[in-house]
Design a protein around this ligand. Structure first.
Ligand code: ZN
Length: 130
């Protein structure tokens, strides 16, 4: 990231609205990225990532507005949000990562994630799909 993008990234992060509690109830406590229930591990998720707006051509004021538009913000598991990283929501679903993430979350909820779907395997699946 160049200096312009780094600065814009900071501004975009600091201006993110705190709508998480509303989103969780609107989404009936289901993660936007895998469809599984969230257990207090929800975070705000930008469908088009902040980094895309930080690097993008829009004037900063416009970028802030578009980035934080309610249409671009969802609630998702911290793990799913981290795995999605700089991908857009479209890319995430197009690669079928929502299904991998759902398996991971399901196993985690059952407490069998260490045997069933360990973190490094999720990483491998994501790399293979990338
Ligand atoms: Zn999830």
């Amino acid at each position: 990231m160049n200096t312009r993008a780094k600065f814009r990234n900071i501004v975009l992060r600091h201006t993110t609205p705190d709508t998480l509690p509303n989103l969780i109830s609107e989404q009936k406590n289901l993660c936007d990225l895998c469809g599984e229930p969230m257990y207090g591990d929800a975070v705000l998720e930008h469908s088009v990532p902040i980094s895309v707006f930080a690097r993008g051509p829009l004037a900063l004021e416009k970028a802030v507005k578009k980035c934080h538009d309610p249409a671009n913000i969802r609630a998702a598991h911290r793990e799913c949000n981290g795995a999605k990283h700089a991908k857009t929501r479209e890319e995430w679903f197009a690669r079928g990562l929502n299904v991998s993430a759902a398996n991971y979350q399901r196993n985690k909820a059952k407490g069998v994630h260490l045997q069933g779907f360990p973190r490094h395997r999720l990483g491998r699946l994501i790399r293979r799909a990338a």
